[in-house]
Design a protein around this ligand. Structure first.
Ligand code: SF4
Length: 472
C-alpha cells in the first residue's frame, strides 16, 4: 500500500507536506519521499528507507535544506519515489500508489532500441518509473495519465507536481479515496481526510473514480471527468484507514463500531453468542469493532492486553520472521487481572494468514485465560488482493481459510469457496471447526458480507469485496 500528501500555496508549504505525509505513515512501511518546487530553487527531492525508522525522524534533518510553494510527500510499501522525470512533457515529479500486475508485459512493450529502465536489484522495474514511461507516450499530461490508467492492470492513483502546480488522478475505479482541502493560502490533496483537517484545511472536494484534477494555490480545475464505475476498497474502513478519516462520507471509526454492533445483533438473533466475562479488541483496528460488539451485546468491554508502543514504532518490521514474531510478542503486555480465569471474546479486524493471531491467543492462554472466543470483523479472506497488495500473499493457499479448505477437501473444496465462506452451511461449519482446532479458539465467527456492507452503508456495487468473494 502507500499514501501521499501534496500541497500548493502562496507561501512556503513544507511543514504542511511534512506533517501531512507523516499522517499517512500507517499506510506503508518501506520508503518515504519528499519533493518540493520553489521558483528560485527549482525541484528538490529526498527519499529514505523507513523500514526501521519512522518517516518523521528520517526526514526531520532534510527539512532545513528544503523549501517550496508546492510539495508532495509519499509513503510507500513498494519502490523508492517520488521520481523526478524529464521528458517532452517537461520536468515533473511523480508518485503513485497501487500495483501493476502486468508490469512485465508493459516493460516488454518498450523493448525497441533507445528504450531503457533502471532495474532494481531484483531485476524488476520501479512501478512509478514504468507509469512515467506510459504517461510519456502521449502528447500531454492528461492523455498520458488516462493512457497509463487504462494500460495498467491492478490499480494506480497518480500524483504529479510540475512548476505550475499539482495534478492528481484517482485510480480508474477509485480503489483508494483522494480528497482536496482548502485553506487561506492554498490547497492540498491526500488520501486520509483527517490529515488535512488537522493542518487547518477545510474539506473542499472528493475526486470520483478516474477523475483528474489540476490544483494551484488559487483553486482546482477538473481536467478529466470521473468514470461511472467505483470499487472503493472495503478494507480502508475495516483495517487500513485511520479512525478519524472519512471516505465517501463514511467515517472509519463510526463504521467499525457499527460493524461490531451488527455482528453482535446477528449473533444474538442466531443464539450463538457465548457467555463471556469481557469483549476485547485486537489493537489497534480490532478495538472499535469490539466496542461496537460490546455496546450492542451489553457485555463489558475491556483491554486484557495493551500494546507497548513508545519504543516499538509500527514501521519497525524486521525482515526475519522469527525476530518479527519476537517483536510482536514483546509489544503485548497483559493485564493479568483481566485475563486470569476469564472467558474472553476477542474481535480482530480480519483473519488473513492467522500467524500473529495464533501468537496472541497462545499468549492469552499462557496468561491464564479460561476461554478465548474469536470474532473476525469481516468475512473469511479467500483471495489475495490484486489491487493494493493488502494480503501480500505469494499464494492464496497461504490464506488461512483457503489452506484449511485444501486440508479438508483438497482441490474439490476450492470449487465451493462461497459455501465455505458461509458459516450457516455444512461446509462453512466444518471450516469454522477446523480453524478453531488449529488456532486454539473456543469458538469462531466471521462477519457476513451483507453485515460489513451494511456497516459501510454504500451501494454494494461501489465497494470492492474481491478478497472475500473473488468478484471484481
Ligand atoms: S481486494 Fe480487498 S484489500 Fe484489495 S482493494 Fe479489494 S477490498 Fe481492498
Amino acid at each position: 500500500m502507500g499514501g501521499f500528501f501534496a500541497a500548493v500555496s502562496h507561501k512556503n508549504c513544507k511543514y504542511d507536506v511534512f506533517f501531512g505525509t507523516d499522517y499517512h505513515s500507517h499506510l506503508g512501511a518501506k520508503r518515504g519521499g519528499l519533493a518540493f518546487y520553489d521558483a528560485e530553487r527549482g525541484f528538490q527531492r529526498q527519499i529514505h528507507n523507513i523500514e526501521n525508522t519512522p518517516f518523521r525522524t528520517k526526514f526531520e534533518a532534510n527539512l532545513s535544506e528544503m523549501d517550496g510553494t508546492a510539495g508532495i510527500g509519499c509513503i510507500s510499501d513498494a519502490d523508492p519515489q517520488p521520481l523526478l522525470v524529464r521528458s517532452h512533457l517537461g520536468l515533473f515529479t511523480l508518485a503513485t500508489v497501487g500495483i501493476i500486475n502486468n508490469a512485465e508485459e508493459l516493460v516488454d512493450s518498450f523493448s525497441g532500441p533507445g528504450n531503457q529502465f533502471m532495474a532494481m536489484s531484483s531485476g524488476r522495474v520501479n512501478s512509478t518509473e514504468l507509469t512515467a514511461a506510459l504517461i510519456n507516450r502521449c502528447d500531454n499530461m492528461v492523455d498520458g495519465i488516462r493512457y497509463a490508467q487504462q494500460a495498467i492492470e491492478g490499480s494506480s492513483t497518480i500524483l504529479v507536481m510540475t512548476k505550475d502546480g499539482l495534478i492528481v488522478a484517482r485510480d480508474k475505479v477509485g480503489r483508494l479515496p483522494v480528497v482536496i482541502g482548502k485553506k487561506e493560502d492554498g490547497y492540498c490533496a491526500c488520501i486520509e481526510s483527517f490529515a488535512y483537517l488537522k493542518l487547518g484545511y477545510a474539506p473542499c472536494y472528493n475526486l470520483g473514480p478516474g477523475e483528474i484534477v489540476k490544483i494551484t494555490a488559487d483553486g482546482y480545475e477538473q481536467l478529466a471527468a470521473p468514470g461511472e464505475t467505483m470499487k472503493v476498497c472495503a478494507f480502508m474502513w475495516s483495517y487500513y484507514g485511520y479512525p478519524n478519516s472519512n471516505y465517501e462520507g463514511v467515517n472509519v471509526e463510526v463504521m467499525r463500531c457499527r460493524n461490531g454492533e451488527i455482528m453482535a445483533r446477528e449473533e444474538q438473533k442466531a443464539g450463538t453468542m457465548p457467555d463471556v466475562d469481557y469483549i476485547a479488541g485486537v489493537p489497534d483496528s480490532g478495538v472499535p469493532h469490539a466496542i461496537g460488539y460490546a455496546n450492542a451485546s451489553r457485555e463489558p468491554f475491556a483491554r486484557p492486553f495493551v500494546k507497548y508502543t513508545p519504543t516499538w514504532a509500527r514501521s519497525f518490521t524486521p525482515s526475519n520472521q522469527e525476530v518479527r514474531n519476537l517483536v510482536a510478542e514483546m509489544k503485548q503486555i497483559p493485564v493479568p487481572e483481566l485475563i486470569e480465569d476469564k472467558k474472553l471474546l476477542l474481535v480482530d479486524d480480519s483473519i488473513v494468514r492467522g500467524t500473529q493471531l495464533r501468537e496472541t491467543v497462545d499468549f492469552l492462554y499462557r496468561s491464564g485465560a479460561k476461554e478465548v472466543h474469536m470474532r473476525s470483523a469481516c468475512p473469511p479472506v479467500m483471495y489475495g488482493c490484486k489491487f493494493l497488495n493488502f494480503s501480500r500473499s505469494n499464494s492464496e493457499m497461504e490464506l488461512l481459510a483457503r489452506k484449511k479448505i485444501q486440508e479438508l477437501e483438497g482441490d474439490e473444496g476450492q470449487k465451493h469457496i462461497e459455501e465455505y465462506a458461509d458459516g450457516k452451511t455444512q461446509r462453512g461449519q466444518c471450516l469454522l471447526k477446523s480453524i478453531c482446532e488449529e488456532m486454539g479458539f473456543d469458538s469462531l465467527g466471521y462477519q457476513s458480507l451483507d453485515g460489513i456492507l451494511e456497516a459501510i452503508g454504500l451501494d454494494r456495487d461501489k465497494v470492492c469485496t474481491y478478497c472475500w468473494t473473488g468478484e471484481e
